[in-house]
Design a protein. Structure first.
Length: 563
């Protein structure tokens, strides 16, 4: 019986890689000379071809030079953090070839002639999506971690990964976190309170006071109905609601119903009317003239319309102050979501909504595509190829807890706001026959944006300050659309920027801004108290169910659990 030859060591691998590389290099050099001799060699296309061949030569030179393991600097891209991507010549070549291809593909998009900037941006977005999908880390035979794990487990990782993939295909959605780790009402959305009102569109939750006295002016929060409200009531340590209650605020939350066939005719007018109805309900319940209001994302856009509607009707004083979390009203620079808003995409949305509502899984897939590397391909590798166990992450559990959207509202929202940007045109849009004009809104407003927000870019959120005529305070928070908002002070994470001057643009704001470490929540509560510091005893109607509205059921209610 012949003995099995020993596996080649690193030096031997480097020798054979160099040998293959040298022959490839000779071919590349010959091709480069031939390309330079072709007619039209000075055209942009020809220059790009020549640049590509030159970079290939440089790559071969780098890869085939013998290096000691660990000689190269650490890789910043998490996909290629394993040592083998640098120390093994074969995988080093794969990684760097991929980076070279990606760079030239994006450069090629930038050099396309005869296209407008919007089209170029869409092409670049599509190219980035293709690049992320084509990463060698996404394929079993070009990922050294997957190969190593397959050998170690004798292929069990691929069996486990296949089971996870089949489960995801069955439910039509990628799984990001352990589905059994969290449950709404058990370890998420646990702030004590009661549902005090239920309509076909929303539930109104009143939270129990945690202090002996509370601010006289209560707070109502309007979360986006694209997601579940408990992003603001995650675990107790991360809950904005619990924190606000502990600051002595009487907090109400609107929990929107996930759309079904009964909501086929629901439009934006209905959501604006629901916000006003919630405000009036709270005013009557507590016997107060006004409330503070928070609108998050699309609910913030709607809150701006609500304020304009109330102003037009002479009822603006029902809202003492308004806070906007990552909300847009001017969609001229609305970010990457605009890539999904054109006539063909709108036709697709209509086709996907035969019963009058859009399945929330489609919206979840859209948001995942905006960050495909982190929210799609990272999990393809970890879940399907490496077969790893799911982690327990509350925010990702919420991210996968989808809600359905009324199709009529969704189409008009994409058309009127994202595509046609009509909200900032005075009189272009109406609510129940009343024209809207944002420039009439004088309500004091706190406007929070995320520095790295890709859904509502900071520059787009800033434009709220251009359209309201009332006093505004703009705060730029570290991180993005979710982590920039859900940042409790106890965590000591991130930072925020303020500017006490009168900057005319976001650039001017940033240039003169003061950075403060940690959460912006304390800044907000100080601002809120400045718009109504009077306190009252936390008794009577301030306790859920003790006033004119009896408690229907305990928080977090029924709608947030409906699927």
């Amino acid at each position: 019986m012949t003995d099995t030859p020993p596996a080649p060591d690193l030096k031997e691998l480097q020798h054979w890689t160099w040998l293959m590389g040298r022959t490839q290099q000779m071919m590349l050099e010959a091709g480069l000379d031939a390309a330079a001799a072709l007619p039209g060699a000075e055209t942009p296309a020809a220059r790009q071809v020549r640049d590509f061949w030159s970079d290939q030569l440089a790559l071969w030179d780098r890869v085939t030079k013998p290096r000691e393991p660990g000689e190269q600097p650490p890789e910043k891209d998490r996909r290629f953090s394993a040592d083998a991507w640098r120390d093994n010549p074969y995988f080093a070549w794969i990684r760097q070839s991929y980076a070279l291809m990606a760079d030239h593909l994006l450069r090629g998009v930038d050099r396309i002639e005869g296209v407008d900037e919007k089209t170029r941006t869409q092409l670049r977005f599509a190219a980035k999506g293709f690049i992320d999908a084509a990463s060698p880390s996404n394929f079993a035979f070009t990922n050294p971690e997957v190969i190593e794990r397959t050998v170690q487990t004798r292929g069990q990782n691929l069996i486990d990964g296949m089971q996870k993939m089949l489960t995801d295909i069955g439910k039509g959605q990628l799984t990001h976190t352990d589905p059994d780790a969290f449950e709404v009402g058990r370890n998420l959305a646990t702030t004590p309170g009661k549902v005090v009102k239920r309509t076909p569109l929303y539930e109104l939750i009143q939270y129990a006071p945690a202090t002996d006295t509370v601010l006289a002016t209560p707070l109502v929060i309007f979360p986006p109905w694209i997601n579940r409200f408990y992003i603001l009531d995650l675990t107790p340590e991360k809950s904005f609601i619990r924190w606000a209650v502990e600051q002595g605020v009487t907090v109400f939350m609107v929990s929107w119903k996930s759309a079904d066939a009964t909501m086929a005719d629901v439009t934006w007018d209905d959501y604006v009317a629901a916000q006003v109805e919630a405000v009036d309900t709270i005013r009557d319940l507590l016997g107060v003239p006004a409330v503070h209001a928070i609108g998050y994302c699309v609910a913030g856009t709607t809150l701006a319309a609500t304020l304009a509607w109330l102003t037009a009707k002479g009822e603006a004083d029902k809202v003492a102050s308004a806070t906007f979390f990552t909300a847009q009203v001017d969609f001229a620079q609305a970010g990457e979501l605009t890539h999904f808003v054109d006539d063909e995409q709108l036709k697709l949305v209509a086709a996907l909504s035969p019963e009058g509502f859009l399945d929330g899984r489609y919206m979840a897939a859209t948001f995942n595509l905006l960050r495909g590397r982190d929210l799609i391909w990272n999990y393809v590798t970890n879940n399907y190829l490496l077969g790893k166990d799911y982690t327990a992450f509350d925010l990702l559990h919420w991210n996968g807890d989808t809600t359905n959207l009324p199709a009529k509202w969704h189409l008009s929202y994409l058309t009127d706001l994202y595509r046609d940007n009509r909200l900032v045109e005075p009189g272009s849009l109406s609510i129940h026959g009343t024209p809207l004009d944002l420039t009439t809104v004088a309500t004091p407003s706190y406007i929070q944006a995320g520095r790295e927000d890709h859904i509502a870019p900071a520059g787009s959120v800033w434009k709220l300050t251009d359209h309201f005529r009332g006093p505004t305070r703009f705060v730029l928070a570290g991180s993005g659309h979710i982590a920039g908002v859900v940042n409790p002070p106890a965590a000591g994470k991130y930072q925020y920027w303020t500017n006490e001057g009168a900057p005319a643009s976001l650039d001017e704001f940033v240039a003169g801004a003061t950075e403060t470490k940690g959460s912006w929540w304390p800044d907000w509560i100080e601002w809120l108290r400045a718009h109504g510091a009077r306190t009252v005893a936390a008794t009577g109607a301030r306790i859920p169910g003790e006033g004119a509205l009896p408690g229907i059921e305990d928080a977090p209610g029924r709608y947030v659990k409906a699927r």
